[in-house]
Each structure stands twice: as C-alpha cells, then as structure tokens.
Design a protein around this ligand. Sequence first.
Ligand code: SF4
Length: 180
Amino acid sequence: MDRLTFATVWLGGCSGCHMSFLDLDEWLVDLADLVDVVYGPVVDRKEYPENVGVCLVEGAVANEDNLEQIKLIRARTRHLVSFGDCAVTGNVTAMRNPLHAAEPVLRRAYLDTANLRPRIPQARGILPTLLDRVLPVHEVVPVDSFLPGCPPPAGRIRALLQDLLAGKGSGLSGEQIRFG
Ligand code: SF4
C-alpha cells in the first residue's frame, strides 16, 4: 500500500503551531515511519507537489501570496486541515480587520513609529501585497478538518493525525476543540 503523503504549510501565522507540531517529540519518529513528508518548512522543496494526502495549514490568508498558495494547495490536497486558531478564525493575524484596510497598519508600522527613513516597503514581485481583510482558510477554500488552539497542543495534533491515519475523519470533541 502507498504511504500517506504529508505536508505542512505556514501562511499568515507566527510559526507557533509548527513549534507545537515539533512538541510531538518522539512520536515524530513513529509518524515518519507512517508517512512521506513531501512539503513543509523542514523540506527543501520549492513547489507544493501534486497528490498530497494530508496537509496541515497554519495561519490565516493575509496577503496575495497566501491567497494564491492556498488555492494551489487545495487543488493538490485530499485532506486539508485548518491548523490552529489563525487558520480557523483569523485570530491574531486578523486583529487588523477592524481597520478595514491594510494601509493604516502599514502607515503605523513604517511611517508613524519609524525613527529612521520612514518608508512603506514596496517591491513588486518580491513583497506580496497585504489583503485589506485577513481571511480564515475556510473562507477561501473548503476545509476538511479543523484543529483549533493557539497553538493546538501536541496531544491534540497527534489525536487528529492518528484519526486520519486510521482512515477516519477528525474525531476531536469536547476540550479538544477549544480555542486559545
Ligand atoms: Fe501563532 Fe497561535 Fe496563530 Fe498558531 S494560532 S500561528 S500559535 S498565533
């Protein structure tokens, strides 16, 4: 039987969800026996591959690059997991949404509070444009499972992955679907 292909992706998030994934500690060795890790921050592959079995998506959709990336990921992934509160609700990444635009945030960060050469950075084709509204993943593409938490504790990540490896949908419930 083919091994499950597995990926993780980091969109508009702080990497804390990936840090929690690393907290799986020795179970990562067991996981490595069960899946082929084909894409992620620890894999030196530039393009998201075709036919990925399961992908954990950390972070919200915050810029044009995230938007393009998540559509490609969805098209190439069988089971897409919204991984952590930023992916599930927008959370910290979406705290700028009440301003209704990206421009006031950029102005505050790079002009109002700058001590040296205030300038909003721009580099077409290099720096992706911020979206005016940060979006949770499921507002852009269909999501198969939600894994809340900021970050989701390692035990919760393991429970979900064990369900998926057993060919079941997510069986998370009760405390395991708490935010924060
Ligand atoms: Fe970071 Fe929390 Fe967002 Fe995960 S859910 S990316 S830990 S802020």
